[in-house]
Design a protein around this ligand. Structure first.
Ligand code: NAD
Ligand code: MG
Length: 297
């Protein structure tokens, strides 16, 4: 049975998704994507790398966050899962997989633009998991707008609140409770370095995430807390089908990479596992690019 360690050609490991044109409202659902994404459900094999750890995963219902939830659970972590209420169907699917791995999952739907909700995730972890030592901050908003004259203040605001403010609120709330050894992992993007003309607000938030993560890495090092970033390239997830890209761009999605294909969420999970686990003890303030070979600074 193949797993994430099986030696093979990384380009041929997944077919080009070549998705048909499609679009979804709201945050989008994995359940409504064509073709289906791979979250490592059949292939991710745990080996105790996060035994006994207690994690909050935001955006954990679908896409990269779902792959991380599956991997964290199979590596031995218990999880508080954050997602939007309209994503309940996707979250229920993840919950079953985490329970199948023998781990605890607490479903905590809500909107991270709501400061009180975002801060409450920390209390949920402390009360329901008995502690907190890992933050995987993966929730994100990406809505393409062709022209700056059409980018509304409300949309700009919501992108910044979701991608940057929520990170700040969650980290601020968590830090007093995080024991030495804890790991914070944020999620940036290739868009921080190679911004698409149609992603003014989104690309800017991703650059901000890179910088805030490096600042926090320095500030929190004396507390024994590491902070690192994962910066994905084009990954086949609902984000892209729910307003992240023009539908007409989807059939070629990811073909601009040296690999010539989009990535799958399953290919991101090992990066988060590495940065969460004690294996990366001397790694903080780093950005791990997972992008099919695109050059980054
Ligand atoms: P996704 O749609 O599966 O995940 C994004 C999640 O963010 C959603 O599932 C949703 O639960 C959450 N979210 C969005 N707005 C929210 C809100 N207001 N309140 C609560 N939760 C909210 O897509 P994904 O591609 O797996 O995205 C995960 C992360 O990866 C994002 O930060 C995204 O910017 C980043 N990323 C994705 C790609 C890509 O090509 N897919 C590339 C680079 C970076
Ligand atoms: Mg989702």
């Amino acid at each position: 049975m193949a797993d994430q360690y099986t030696f093979q050609d990384p380009i041929a490991q997944y077919p080009m998704p070549e998705p048909p044109e499609q679009s979804q409202d709201g945050p989008g659902l994995d359940a409504d994507m064509t073709p289906k994404a791979d979250h490592g459900q059949e292939t991710y094999r745990g080996s105790g790398r996060l035994e006994g750890r207690k994690a909050i995963i935001t955006g954990g219902d679908s896409g990269i966050g779902r792959a991380v939830a599956i991997a964290f659970a199979r590596e031995g972590a218990d999880i508080v899962l954050s997602y939007l209420p309209e994503e309940q169907e996707d979250a229920d699917h993840v919950a079953q997989l985490v329970r199948d791995a023998g781990r605890k999952i607490v479903l905590a739907p809500g909107d991270v633009v709501d400061q009180a909700y975002t801060r409450s995730l920390v209390r949920t972890a402390l009360d329901e998991l008995g502690g907190l030592d890992t933050l995987a901050i993966i929730a994100g908003r990406q809505q393409y707008v062709e022209d700056i004259t059409e980018l509304t203040p409300d949309s700009f605001d919501e992108t910044f609140k979701t991608n940057v403010y929520a990170l700040y609120w969650l980290v601020q709330e968590a830090v007093p409770h995080l024991p030495k050894g804890s790991s914070i992992i944020t999620t940036s993007s290739i868009q921080a370095y190679q911004p698409a003309p149609i992603l003014v607000d989104y690309a800017t938030t991703k650059a901000a995430i890179n910088t805030i993560s490096k600042v926090l890495a320095g500030q929190l090092a004396p507390k024994g807390i590491r902070v690192n970033v994962v910066a994905p390239g084009p990954i086949w997830t609902p984000l892209q089908t729910a307003g992240g890209q023009p539908p007409s761009a989807l059939p070629e999605f990811g073909q601009q990479t040296p690999y010539g294909r989009a990535g799958q969420p399953a290919e991101l999970a090992p990066a988060y596992v590495y940065l969460a686990s004690q294996e990366s003890s001397y790694v903080s303030g780093e950005t791990l690019n997972v992008n099919g070979g695109m050059p980054t600074p």
